[in-house]
Design a protein around this ligand. Structure first.
Ligand code: S3P
Length: 426
């Protein structure tokens, strides 16, 4: 993908469905009795991998673009797949499904692409093993491929060392099959979509502070799920509208769940012209339209308990910092090293390539903003969020920017380039 400066971004777009919520809707619909209708499903590669996994375990799932109908098999209705499950590039599929598979009465192996098979799985293997699951890393390196032999599970309380919704969810989903109440305490509150959506499927879940507890149900009941727009996808156009001269963009129906909306707080601290309207809160997952206009941003500090609420947005926040006056310090974000790529190193390397004064630290990065950006050839290591971050950089840089492997945006945002072009009036 080749990009050059644009004359401004203007217009209104609908943001595709939330990736985290789309995964969960398919998973929980598969485990429920009855028919689950999903509207505004994210038809990106990651969520399609989740659909394929559950189809391979005997669940009938109809998909027509963003509309999905899941004919659930009930809590104990999954069947042993004929082959190993392919989880593609998706960490969410891998970790959440591992919790579910731990409690089945069959064994299964799951494996993903090169990047996925390098990501740490010890973080779920440990608590799931404590519950009685037999879960092994096939190559003994703590990564996928994982072989999971379903077992009867014991209820536990798990004190997680990481604020990770994937870890929390893996344990809570295994807890659906345990012999009592299972709870997880995390060091800071991560996204709570699992807790909220399990309740919609009739499961008793309670949350207090950073602890969530699930009571194993006899059955789950089907639900209708309307997936809000993904704030992690909206983030690229929030940043684009703020840093591109002569811009005004409205993003419709974006999810603003407080466990996800850290970027809005950072925008406020940076002095962004950002307005929420049409705020709705009907399903426990609040949404709003977000309007952003070109702004003079100032540097800020990002860290502490806010990190889990914006973990996927840090590369694009770093880009906003490159356009801000003064210094931005991002800390407490070592988790970024084990995402689809090492996002600390890759973000900083690519920023520096474009002429930004940026440096990596142990747990984040420091960006001194204000230098003009120059076009560069960007390597994303097939990381969708790096590709989109540096595409927004490219339309604000002198000269040409080339994004290698740009097709990786399909993982979470297949219509990204189409919408970018539409907003730039080209
Ligand atoms: C996700 C949780 C986050 C996030 C990922 C999606 C989820 O990962 O980075 O993109 O859907 O639960 P961690 O929970 O590992 O931080």
């Amino acid at each position: 993908m080749k990009l050059r400066k644009v004359k401004g971004l203007n217009g209104t777009i609908a943001i595709p469905g939330d990736k985290s919520i789309s995964h969960r809707a398919v998973m929980f619909g598969s485990l429920a009795k009855g028919t689950t209708h999903i509207t505004n499903f994210l038809s990106g590669a990651d969520c399609l991998a989740t659909i394929d996994c559950f189809r391979a375990m005997g669940v009938e799932i109809e998909q027509d673009g963003t509309e999905v109908i899941v004919h659930g098999n009930g809590l104990h209705g999954l069947k042993k797949p004929e082959k190993q499950l392919d989880v593609g590039n998706s960490g969410t599929t891998t970790r959440l499904i591992s919790g579910i598979l731990s409690g089945q009465d069959f064994d299964v192996t799951l494996s993903g692409d090169e990047s996925l098979n390098k990501r740490p799985m010890g973080r779920i293997m440990k608590p799931l093993s404590t519950m009685g699951a037999d879960i092994q890393s096939v190559n003994g390196d703590g990564c996928a491929p994982l072989k999971i032999i379903g077992k009867p599970l014991k209820a536990v309380h798990y004190d997680s060392p990481v604020a990770s919704a994937q870890v929390k969810s893996a344990v809570l989903l295994a807890g659906l099959y345990a012999d009592g109440k299972t709870s997880v305490t995390e060091p800071a509150l991560s996204r709570n979509h699992t807790e909220l959506m399990l309740q919609s499927f009739g499961v008793q879940v309670s949350s207090q502070g950073t602890t969530a507890e699930v009571t194993p149900p006899a059955e789950m009941t089907a639900a209708d799920i309307v997936v809000p727009g993904d704030i992690s996808s909206a983030a690229f156009f929030i940043a684009a509208g703020l840093v591109t001269p002569d811009s005004c963009i409205t993003l419709k129906q974006v999810g603003i769940n407080p466990t996800r909306n850290g970027i809005l707080k950072v925008c406020e601290a940076m002095g962004a012209d950002l307005v929420l309207s049409n705020v709705k809160d009907d399903s426990g997952e609040p949404t709003a339209d977000i309007t952003v206009k070109t702004s003079n941003l100032k540097g800020t500090e990002v860290g502490g308990d806010l990190i889990p609420a914006l973990i996927d947005e840090i590369p694009v926040i770093a880009l906003m910092a490159a356009f801000a006056q003064g210094e931005t310090v991002i800390r407490d974000a070592a988790e970024l090293k084990v995402k689809e790529s090492n996002r600390i190193d890759l973000t900083v390397d690519n920023l520096v390539k474009m002429g930004v004064d940026a440096e990596a630290t142990e747990d984040g990065m420091i960006i001194r903003g204000g230098n003009p950006l120059k076009g560069a050839s960007i390597h994303c290591r097939y990381d969708h969020r790096i590709a989109m971050t540096f595409s927004i950089a490219g339309i604000n840089a002198d000269g040409e920017t080339v994004i290698e492997d740009a097709e990786c945006v399909d993982v979470s945002y297949p219509t990204f380039y189409e919408q970018l072009q539409m907003l730039s009036g080209q």
